[in-house]
Write a protein that binds this ligand. Structure first.
Ligand code: UDP
Ligand code: MG
Length: 330
């Protein structure tokens, strides 16, 4: 068993059978240039294709590849969190498995790290091969997050980043269920800087972030780092209350001094009632959103469950692997 590696590279993998070999090849190539030791932690996030077998094959051929096998699809951010929990290096690097984040950038990150920075995030200057819709929504997302949250999360950065082990240790203390790694790394502080890159096209396969997941991700980000929606609810309350106070005065004035004994009021009443109903439902929804998140936290379930962890605690887990292979009749 080799000693503690200098660098831990963490790649979450969900249905990535088409890219894994190439990912491994590119990482080995880049990391060879550092002349230092490293481990590549491949986290299988409940893939439905051959990903779990393939990461085991990679490990069988090169023990620097470590395997975390989650029991089901827990989601990108949790897969990364699992990798961080097991990372042993002095610095951890989070990278997408699909090679949209060019591994060559790791060398620049390492250079900055050696200058003394503790978080080095990658800033996308351009994105290749993504639809205008994805690009537009992504841009919009980063800007909304920037404006509405208390933690200043740098614009146009993904999860591709290098973190010192001190930062990783700090993040491990954050037990929140709805995880937003970018927000968490900003929240912890430390000396941070960015390096720029062009986001590549996916090497193979398709995105796992359809609009629905992006929306959930955005909600996690906003509710996790800001009370702005709750404050919006208060604001809406004040505005509608203010408007109706003015309306009451107008009605009284019209009745007393302008001789209107009746208002042709059917439609106005209906509009006012519907409007108020709408505002109340939105507000309830916002409160519900936070309440649901509180409920998730209160349940205190583990963040993820592992079927296998190969290559971490030396022999123990290797034995488990052998056993599980026997059991699965592989
Ligand atoms: N991913 C994951 N679990 C998921 C969805 C995605 O581990 O439920 C991984 C995926 O394998 C990839 C990374 O997260 O390595 C980013 O996902 P993807 O490339 O689909 O997102 P996009 O780059 O299109 O935003
Ligand atoms: Mg991608």
């Amino acid at each position: 068993m080799d000693n503690k590696p200098r660098y831990s590279i963490i790649a979450p993998c969900y249905d990535e059978e088409g890219v894994l070999r190439e990912l491994y090849r590119r990482i080995t190539e880049v990391m060879a240039r550092t002349g230092e030791s490293w481990e590549l932690i491949l986290v299988n996030d409940g893939s439905r294709d051959r990903t779990p077998q393939m990461i085991r094959e990679l490990r069988a051929a090169d023990p620097r590849v470590k395997v975390l096998d989650l029991t089901r699809n827990f989601g990108h951010q949790i897969a990364v969190s699992a990798g961080l929990d097991y990372a042993q290096g002095d610095a951890a690097i989070i990278i997408d498995a699909d090679l949209q984040d060019p591994p060559e950038l790791i060398l620049q990150m390492i250079a900055k790290w050696k200058e003394g920075f503790e978080v080095i995030y990658a800033v996308r200057t351009a994105r290749k091969g993504e639809s205008w819709f994805k690009e537009f929504t992504a841009k919009l997302f980063y800007r909304i997050i920037y404006r509405s949250t208390d933690v200043k999360i740098p614009l146009d950065t993904g999860d591709y980043r290098l973190m010192d082990r001190k930062v990783v240790a700090a993040m491990k203390q954050m037990k929140e269920r709805h995880r937003f790694i970018r927000g968490m790394t900003s929240w912890v502080g430390f000396k941070q800087t960015g390096v720029e890159y062009v986001r590549e096209e996916r090497f193979a396969g398709a995105t796992h972030y359809p609009f629905r997941k992006m929306l959930k991700f955005a909600l996690d980000a906003i509710t996790g780092y800001s009370y702005a929606p709750l404050q919006l609810a208060t604001l809406l309350g004040f505005v509608t209350a203010g408007l109706s106070a003015v309306a009451v005065l107008i009605v009284i004035y019209a009745r007393l001094f302008m001789g209107h004994t009746e208002f042709q009021g059917q439609a106005t009443t209906l509009v006012a009632v519907l409007f108020l109903g709408g505002v109340q439902l939105i507000t309830l929804g916002i409160i519900g959103e936070y309440l649901g998140r509180i409920y998730d936290e209160v349940k205190q379930r583990p963040l993820y469950l592992l079927r296998d962890a190969l290559g971490f605690d030396g022999e123990k887990q290797e034995k488990e692997y052998a056993l599980s292979q026997e059991r699965d009749g592989r």
